[in-house]
Ligand binder design. Structure first.
Ligand code: ADP
Ligand code: MG
Length: 285
């Protein structure tokens, strides 16, 4: 199992240069295999550096970082880790360069020891996982599809290798709400089936609350908060300090509490739970 352990891990960017930056500082955390983790925090707080370090793309400068059996302070171990890893960085459609959708997605497989029929089947399955019809799309050129579809093709190209750890750096940025929800619910479904670890960077609190098992918040390269979605309302004072903005539902709960002098239980942060709570009240007559 590929649990992730960070122990006082730090990461310097441009180490040695006069403008050297401590992008991650003294970070300790344990992420069990299979967790869907949302990573949040202001711009420049170190989110991208954090996931790139866990993915073995940049080494920790000090401290411990272990992913499954691999010690990521060692270069050879970082390379071994890459096999089990799927990474989608910001604006991944720029990485879709092959002539056809099929060629792009199958490029994610190590095809040397695979029969063509197996490759075709794996590509088909990963296209299904991102909601694309295999027959309709596979022979298209990446320039013949929409941005949202291209983003999903890029995701299929990562899922096709069935990674144990999936790293997604703002995978829905720049997409319209409809495409965003589609990508996230497809991703959630794949996660439920395959149980891979997902490290998912997002600026959208509503996405983090709806889809993740856990939310890690970075600020100035340090771990600022680590909590479960159901704890969001008890964490609010802390999160406000770094500029978190409430979702419409959280604002609505505030208004209900003020207007009706209600006390909505802290663990209510989903529409359905709020409705059940309101229905359970004795409004009097
Ligand atoms: N290649 C780089 N060289 C020097 N500094 C960088 C580089 N990439 C990012 N930084 C700086 O490192 C810090 C963390 O950046 P980053 O991990 O990209 O944060 P985030 O993803 O949260 O916006 C920021 O101060 C950023 O300006
Ligand atoms: Mg970033």
């Amino acid at each position: 199992m590929m649990d992730i352990y960070l122990e006082n891990a730090s990461c310097l960017l441009a180490a040695g240069a006069p403008y050297e930056i401590k992008a991650i500082e003294g970070l300790t955390a344990h992420i069990p295999a299979g967790q869907f983790v949302a990573i949040m925090g202001p711009s420049g707080s170190g989110k991208t550096t954090f996931v790139q370090m866990i993915g073995g793309l940049i080494p920790p400068h000090s401290g411990e970082l272990r992913v499954g059996p691999y010690q990521l302070t060692k270069k050879a171990d970082r390379r071994r880790l890459w096999k089990g890893l799927g990474c989608l960085f910001q604006f991944p459609e720029h990485q879709v360069l092959e002539d056809t959708v099929f060629q792009h997605i199958s490029a994610g497989l190590n095809r040397l020891d695979m029969k063509p029929e197996w490759i075709a089947e794996r590509v088909k399955q990963s296209m299904e996982a991102v909601g694309l019809d295999d027959a309709k799309f596979k022979e298209l050129s990446p320039i013949q599809v929409s941005w949202g579809e291209l983003r999903r093709i890029a995701l299929a190209g990562v899922l096709v290798a069935e990674p144990e750890i999936l790293i997604l750096d703002e995978p829905t940025s720049g997409l319209d709400g409809c495409e965003r929800n589609r990508i996230l619910s497809l991703l959630k479904r794949t996660h439920e089936k395959k149980k891979m670890t997902v490290l998912y960077i997002t600026h959208r609190l509503e996405e983090a609350l709806e889809y993740s098992d856990r939310i890690l918040v970075l600020a100035h390269g340090e771990l600022f908060a680590d909590f479960l979605p159901c704890e969001i309302r008890t964490r609010w004072q802390q999160l406000e300090q770094i500029g978190f903005a409430k979702t419409p539902l959280l604002r609505y709960i505030d208004m209900l509490e003020r207007r009706f002098a209600l006390n909505v239980p802290d663990n209510i942060y989903k529409e359905a739970d709020l409705v059940s709570f309101l229905a359970s009240l004795n409004w009097g007559d």
